[in-house]
Design a protein around this ligand. Structure first.
Ligand code: ATP
Length: 343
């Protein structure tokens, strides 16, 4: 039944995006100066998870490179690359200038190397940029006239709150491209496009795709995950098409798989917070920070911890219950039907 499983993978960049034309156009216009050797303003892509920010950034840059192949693109996921060293290293790697760089190479030398790599413009996509712990990396990139950053984050307010004044003032100007959650019809159309490429004709009905879109509540990553899981289940049972039962079973399946992957991707300190919450069942912030500090050697500041927690809420790993005073954190129930997904 599955003819091309790649199409249902998370990192697949579709050759055509469904909807999001306004967002693609705004980003393309922002980057247009690159076509005449000028430097564009920074571009920001804001919105909740699974709404196509990464996909649209990659797609738009792939299109731009078709017009101007000299433009180089480096992709940095700041969830993993959260220090100045790691960001600069990843950008150098993205433009094939990372040979002979070691852990002990001074950061200033990385910066020097990047400043010398100025024969062609470089667009740096900084995904999950609100996870960056050393925002000096942004200051570095801004100083380089041949580097154009595209920054992706959930919320503008929290992102700018994490910047120091130097970075804030430099990134103040810049185009904001805002993404809303997909409606059921939009998500169903995205899923139909994927299903057409990935599955045999007739493997899934339009009404089933709407059920998936509805269950995913606007998150395309969840929707595609459900479709993938349902198709696999049906295939394992030797069926020629997806049954409603396979679909129902796939909804919690997909959420669990996505959650497992997100937990695996947590950095050490986030993981400790997650473990404390898991052990406690439900816990107040004060007790959470206290227990966290007991478990780590060099604790992060409360502000950083709050940032981690916000991110984990965005990623649907934990939920915050109650208002300021009396607020507690607990794990999100994997089997939840959803509909109350956090923004
Ligand atoms: N408009 C679209 N057309 C086709 N595929 C899409 C579209 N929007 C999202 N997708 C697909 O949905 C999945 C999730 O999208 P993406 O990773 O871009 O979301 P995101 O907003 O960057 O989320 P996060 O903040 O969690 O990283 C990807 O597989 C992507 O290819």
């Amino acid at each position: 039944m599955i003819v091309d499983g790649r199409v249902l993978r998370e990192d697949f960049v579709p050759s055509e995006v469904v909807h999001r034309h306004d967002e693609v156009n705004l980003l393309s216009e922002t980057l247009e100066p690159l076509l005449s050797d000028d430097r564009p303003d920074p571009a920001f892509l804001f919105g909740p998870t699974g709404v196509g920010k990464t996909c649209i950034a990659r797609y738009t840059l792939a299109q731009l490179r078709e017009q101007e192949p000299a433009v180089r693109v480096a992709y940095v996921n700041c969830w993993q690359e959260y220090t100045r060293f790691r960001v600069l290293y990843r950008v150098l790697e993205g433009v094939d200038r990372a040979v002979d760089v070691h852990r002990s190479t001074p950061k200033d030398e990385l910066f020097e190397r990047l400043s010398r790599a100025d024969d062609e413009p470089i667009v740096v996509i900084l995904d999950e940029v609100d996870q960056l712990e050393e925002t000096a990396a942004l200051y570095d990139l801004h100083r380089l006239g041949h580097v154009s950053p595209v920054l992706i984050a959930n919320r503008e307010e929290e992102l700018f709150a994490s910047f120091d004044d130097r970075v804030r003032s430099r990134f103040h100007a810049g185009t904001r491209v805002r993404f809303d959650r997909y409606g059921t019809d939009e998500l169903a159309a995205i899923l139909a496009e994927r299903a057409e490429k990935a599955l045999e004709p007739g493997a899934v009905t339009d009404s089933q795709l709407r059920t998936v879109a509805d269950a995913a509540s606007g998150d395309a990553r969840v929707g595609i995950g459900v479709l993938r899981s349902a198709a696999r289940r049906a295939e394992q049972q030797g069926l020629a098409s997806i049954t409603d039962d396979a679909l129902e079973a796939a909804i919690p399946d997909a959420r669990t798989a996505i959650r497992r992957k997100t937990v695996e991707g947590l950095i050490e300190h986030q993981r400790v917070l997650y473990d404390v919450i898991t052990d406690a069942g439900e816990i107040e912030p004060g007790d959470l920070y206290e227990e966290y500090e007991r478990r780590v050697d060099e604790p992060k500041t409360n502000r950083t911890l709050r940032n981690y927690l916000t991110k984990m809420v965005h990623y649907d790993l934990i939920e915050a219950v109650g208002k300021r005073r009396g607020r507690t954190y607990r794990l999100v129930d994997a089997d939840r039907g959803d509909g109350e997904k956090n923004e």
